[in-house]
Design a protein around this ligand. Structure first.
Ligand code: NAP
Length: 282
């Protein structure tokens, strides 16, 4: 079987193109707060601004020094909450070590109407209700669902196995697919006989962060594979799946890079547009 490559770049371009007219009309503004100079964060932020440019969205970068205190960061968050010109903002993670343990507190301080990363309890909680309340879903799960929709991959009635249960990827993507009538199994660290479960998947979503965790013998013929993982490998960036052996059995698979990554960015931009629409309604 030759697997179809699910290009996130192609699907993201298509999604961004649909947003362009609304961006022109509503003129939203996205702000990214960065603390310190983590190189991976700098590269992700560049991609976010590139996509903002592509849709004509205003954006701004607040770059704070590595030794920023919690007080200064919380003050920045409060100012962005209060600024009517700012539609939505994110605090780029990871944060420098002294701030990292305060992430829940920082997320709690972000106005839910401007929480375009969708990490706060209000936006996460609403997603549990139904698809109609998925206004600001976390960017990566939102991007994964948009990718499946772009390639017209049926979800209803399918057995989706999600490996990984983080609050930002695994759990919310499981809820979004349950909302779309999939039968969902979520696996984690303590799951017994992972391969026996992944072999049952019609759609396998892997969000762990372990190079080559999933190999060809762990999937069934015809599976659709969404590889969220981003790992530094010898040859560069690689996912959680052993692409060569898994792609031999899959009917469709995302590449790493160029799969979920671009969809995450496009989904963040879509959240900013949605935030503006909802702010204007109220
Ligand atoms: P995370 O918070 O570290 O969560 C990892 C999850 O994997 C945890 O739930 C953990 O289980 C589970 N896990 C660890 N080892 C396992 C194993 N051997 N078998 C089954 N489950 C196992 O990570 P995350 O933030 O969700 O990110 C996951 C990966 O996706 C990372 O590589 C990250 O860089 C990547 N990512 C990519 C994008 C993108 O846009 N492309 C966006 C976000 C994340 P426990 O809960 O039991 O510990």
């Amino acid at each position: 079987m030759t697997a179809q490559i699910l290009s996130g770049r192609e699907a993201a371009d298509a999604l961004l193109a649909t947003l362009k007219p609304t961006v022109k009309n509503l003129d939203p503004k996205l702000v990214v707060v960065q603390v310190g100079d983590d190189p991976a964060s700098t590269s992700y932020i560049k991609q976010k601004f590139k996509s903002c440019e592509a849709v004509g969205m205003r954006s701004s970068h607040i770059h704070l020094p590595e030794n920023t205190t919690l007080e200064t960061l919380m003050d920045t968050v409060a100012k962005l909450n209060a600024d009517p010109d700012v539609t939505g903002f994110i605090v780029q993670v990871p944060l420098p070590a002294p701030l990292q343990s305060h992430i829940p507190e920082i997320i709690r301080a972000i106005d839910p109407k401007k929480d375009i990363d969708g990490f706060g309890a209000y936006n996460l909680g609403k997603m549990f209700l139904s698809t109609e309340f998925e206004h600001l879903p976390p960017a990566t799960p939102g991007g994964i669902v948009a990718l499946l929709e772009h390639y017209k991959i049926p979800i209803k009635g399918k057995h989706v196995v999600v490996v990984g249960r983080s609050n930002t990827v695994g759990k919310p993507v499981a809820i979004m697919l349950l909302n779309r009538d999939a039968t969902v199994t979520v696996c984690h660290h303590h799951t017994q006989d992972l391969a026996a479960i992944t072999r049952q998947a019609d759609i396998l979503i892997v969000a762990v962060g372990k190079f080559n965790l999933i190999t060809g013998d762990m999937v069934k013929q015809g599976v659709v594979v969404i590889d969220v993982g981003m790992n530094k490998a010898e040859k560069g960036l690689a996912g959680d799946c052993d692409f060569e052996t898994v792609a031999k059995k899959a009917s469709a698979i995302t590449p790493v890079p160029g799969g979920v990554g671009p969809m995450t960015v496009a989904s963040l931009i879509r959240n900013c547009v949605r935030a503006k629409e909802r702010q204007l309604q109220k």
